[in-house]
Design a binder for this molecule. Structure first.
Ligand SMILES: *Cc1c(COP(=O)(O)O)cnc(C)c1O
Length: 377
């Protein structure tokens, strides 16, 4: 400011965010204090006191070295994640260099779009889809286009539909979600392989988001089993859902090491804290306990689906830890009526449908009871 300019009392206008950010709302599934939180597909079973203590010890040990930056490459954790996946999906253990880890699969997806999307490039998804995909695209200046999945209640995708969508939109990236959120639908491998093959000539990337992979029903294969045949395939997983570790923020993917290398270029330096790495490794060492309730949740899911169908609801067949159901009354009224009875669900998916996470037997019983009054048949 020149020395002779008058001091101003005028209000200084605030800077304006760029296009796409002005007026946009941040991601916001409500975080309400309710008795039965069945809205964000968390695992309702927390760690045992012993495991919580072990995780605490691992964090304390990491704390002693917090004056130093963490291991940038997190290769020990990445190797252990690969070993876990080998056991889970019956694939040979991927090398640590073929695994990538970040703060939730949200960050993993964001990094993939940073590296493979961008101005002039397009990513393709299939509706109804996870609410965050368009936001990763917006934030990375990537175009976002969608094609509808098949009719309710199956919300299926076929190899033909995927091939056609790729031919029309010529995307750089295709995101397939299996099991899908919010529908719960798992994809058969022919759909995954058709997408990978259709993208290959233009060297497009196929991301299969398997956030709910561990909940899939018997006989449903993971896309991990065809990874070796498709160098353009990325399979993402998370410790947030089946692993009961949403609060720790650890997501990961497996792919050709060249894809990992591209992501390493765009990741922020030291993105994965030493505490996060230590906590994730401690949790992985106790995977039997953490994953111990997956079988129970699958059984509860199938029982709840049967109950809802017997009540006359349309229910999407689910390979995940939630159900998408059609309500009789207006879904927003049902949502509010459930909330008044202490049950928080999610109003997502097509109009007229609600998504409910599978909780403990007690949560699920409370949901059933509340639904009798909230949505009488
Ligand atoms: C919950 C969810 C995720 C991610 O969760 P993180 O907690 O970030 O790992 C990713 N994809 C889908 C489809 C989800 O539902």
């Amino acid at each position: 400011m020149p020395a002779n300019s008058a001091p101003t009392t005028a209000t200084v206008a605030l800077p304006v965010p760029r296009d796409g950010i002005v007026g946009a709302a941040p991601y916001g599934a409500p975080q309400l204090p309710v008795e039965h939180a069945l809205n964000v597909n968390e695992n309702p079973y927390g760690p045992s006191p012993e495991l919580a203590e072990h995780i605490g010890r691992a964090a304390a040990e990491a704390a002693r070295g917090l004056n130093r930056y963490p291991d940038r490459e997190a290769l020990a954790l990445r190797g252990e994640l690969g070993e876990y996946l080998a056991a889970e999906s019956g694939i040979p253990a991927p090398a640590p260099e073929a695994v990538w880890a970040a703060n939730g699969s949200n960050e993993v997806m964001h990094q993939l779009l940073l590296a493979y999307g961008g101005p002039g490039r397009t990513a393709l998804g299939f509706t109804p889809h996870y609410s965050m995909y368009p936001e990763y695209a917006r934030d990375t200046y990537t175009g976002w286009v969608t094609v509808e999945r098949g009719p309710a209640p199956e919300f299926a995708l076929t190899p033909q539909a995927v091939r056609e969508a790729i031919a029309v939109h010529q995307p750089s990236i295709v995101v397939l979600t299996s099991p899908n959120n919010p529908t719960g639908t798992a994809l058969t491998l022919d759909v995954v392989e058709a997408a990978a093959a259709a993208l290959a000539p233009a060297r497009g990337l196929l991301v299969v988001d398997e956030a709910y992979g561990e909940f899939r029903r018997d006989g449903v294969a993971s896309a991990l089993t065809v990874l070796e045949d498709h160098p353009n395939l990325v399979v993402t997983r998370t410790m947030s859902k089946a692993f009961a570790l949403a609060g720790a923020r650890l997501g990961y993917f497996v792919a050709d090491p060249a894809i990992v290398d591209a992501v390493r270029v765009v990741r922020l330096p030291y993105h994965l804290s030493a505490v996060t790495q230590a906590v994730a490794r401690a949790a992985l060492a106790h995977r039997e306990e953490l994953l111990g309730k997956v079988a129970l949740l699958r059984t509860e899911r199938d029982a709840l689906a049967e109950h809802l169908i017997a009540r006359g609801h349309s229910v999407a067949p689910s390979d995940a830890n939630f159900l998408l159901m059609r309500t009789f009354a207006d879904r927003d009224d049902v949502f509010e009526a459930l909330l008044r009875r202490g049950v928080l669900v999610r109003a997502v998916g097509p109009a007229g449908w609600l998504r409910v996470s599978v909780g403990t037997p007690e949560n699920n019983a409370a949901f059933r009871t509340a639904l009798e009054e909230a949505d009488p048949r």
